[in-house]
Design a protein around this ligand. Sequence first.
Ligand SMILES: [Zn+2]
Length: 418
Amino acid sequence: MKLRRIKNQPGWYEIMSQCPICGSKGWCAINEEQSIVHCMRVPTDTFFDSVVGRQFKHYLDPNQIPNKSEIEIIQADSVDKKPNYHLNRVYRALAQELNLSNYHLEHLRNKRHFDDETIRFRQYRTMPDQDRYKVSKNVIKRLNDQSDLLGVPGFFVQEGKYGPYWTMAGQSGLMIPFRSILNEITGWQIRVDIPPLELHMKGAIKGKILKELDPRNGKRCALCEVITSGKTMEVILTEKDKKVCRSKSDQFVFSIELKQGLKYWWWSSGSKDNGSSIGGPIPYHFSLPSPCMPFWQVGEEPDSLIDCSEVWVTEGGIKADKASDAILKPFFGLPGVGAYPLILEPLKKIGCKHVVLAFDADVVTTPEVQLALELCAQFFAERTDMSLSLAMWDLSLGKGIDDLVDNGYLPQVTKLLD
Ligand SMILES: [Zn+2]
């Protein structure tokens, strides 16, 4: 298990590898004794609310507690994140130094159906796969000092032959800026070009990916090493082809599945020297319809440009941008469906009276999303006098609100709370 110490929470670690409770990566935490997991995805009766969402307390079965030797604690000399106005200054300098590759431009035009002007206003960029130190050097030239990159997630210091130098972390991919309600760029998400493959295992099995092979029938596949009943074998697994093994008496023994990992990652460098984590708190994204963008000054409240009494909320940066253009309302793009506590204060500041939740249409079929929705309604009811509505549509018309509007439909809005 890969762990990273959580700042301001002594004795707790973020689980960077698969969480032993939900099997996903990121956000879940474990204590020093490795006896309790705070899982963000699998509910229990004991929970508490943090800025990233509700955390459920799970006691680990003493037999499931991982070996100390299997635990790798990511140690780095990282620094605290700088305030938003500083991040914005550095990230805007970065936006001037990075390009948008043709590959990503075509993706935005053809898959997301953005026009070129919108793409320009939104400032999407490409994280290159090489010469990142050159970009960092040019960003420093635009600022006052090398130390301006300190505390800015994404940047870190590398030791080179001729001494240390600044460079940039992360996989290559499409960079999506996350904006505050004051139009400050406070972080970036990367839509990675090739998401890493992961092995998901449950029960009496261990294994690892040895190497990725050429795709078969359009599906990614990999040569894996697995250990079960004391035997080590090499097997080829294909993406999404879940193998389940049961005993003669139909008892579950193990399951193994090769899955594509997350497509969206925060641009962060908390595990690197002089790097900084995106967390504490993680950014939300606030989006105005793109015609407003050229008139929106940094530091300016959005209610001078657009009526903010009704604000819509969805999950994801690009999705919020896309939907805001189609529905002509201000949108929040949450970094995850459970991250709504992040936007409570911003909603109050811009004078919102009515919140419309527009999560994906599979809300009825995904228990996690359904739960997040119920908790979200409860959260707003307890803390605000804003009314709350739910935007709904048939899954056949599109999964996300971005797909829905692309297909030429609008959602139906139903009141949840008055
Ligand atoms: Zn978990």
